[in-house]
Design a protein around this ligand. Structure first.
Ligand SMILES: [Zn+2]
Length: 213
């Protein structure tokens, strides 16, 4: 659920100055105040709008607006707490961390694939772009899960699936589900691939991911 809101904030910045107050009709201490609206989403991401500076009588709290340009930069820079102004930036590093983990995950998958490809075993499952492996394959529904039927000499024999998909994600979903274990998941068609070619097929993206029980 999205929780958001805003509130008015006001802060006394000090900067005392004594001058005649038209309301009190006598000399009064005036302080500089900053007012702004603080907006938040989930009380975590915050930002500020409508910032204005006021010089107010300490007794009757009346006064006049002061243009920000007339104030020292040291005053305006520190007037609003940093965590009010910049906490919207918090998600930025979080997204960056997510991207890094995504890349590491891809690298880990490639590394694991390389190990399995170097020593294929019967029963290994390959999520593959089958159209790039089998001549006359379907251009649109090109992705599917193949299973190693046997490893003989320099070749592996894969059995092809009955179901093919237009997205690799559908094939990887099948591969991690129980459906690949069903007796009728695979067809009787098979394809021979030299073990020496598997690495190149992986590098070209024909082989996307591999599962071994
Ligand atoms: Zn006053």
């Amino acid at each position: 659920m999205l929780i958001w809101g805003s509130r008015s904030e006001s802060k006394d910045l000090g900067q005392a100055e004594t001058k005649p107050c038209p309301t009190c009709e006598r000399d009064r201490p005036f302080h500089l105040h900053v007012q702004y609206r603080l907006h938040h989403v989930w009380y975590l991401f915050k930002w500020v709008t409508g910032r204005q500076y006021l010089r107010l009588c300490e007794v009757c709290h009346r006064g006049t607006e002061v243009p920000a340009a007339s104030l020292a930069p040291a005053v305006t820079k520190t007037a609003v707490p940093l965590y009010h102004r910049f906490s919207w930036a918090l998600p930025v590093p979080l997204v960056a961390i997510g991207v890094v983990f995504g890349i590491l995950d891809d690298q880990q998958r490639a590394g694991r694939n390389a190990e399995l490809i170097a020593a294929p075993r019967s029963g290994d499952l390959y999520a593959t772009d089958i159209s790039r492996l089998v001549r006359g394959g379907d251009d649109k529904y090109r992705f599917g899960v193949m299973k190693i039927k046997s490893v003989a000499g320099a070749n592996v024999e894969f059995v092809l699936p009955r179901a093919n998909y237009n997205k690799i994600t559908a094939a990887t979903r099948d591969m991690s589900s129980e459906s690949v274990g069903k007796p009728d998941y695979f067809s009787t068609s098979a394809v021979q691939v030299p073990i020496a070619d598997l690495k190149e097929l992986q590098d070209k993206g024909v082989i996307h991911s591999i599962r071994r029980e």
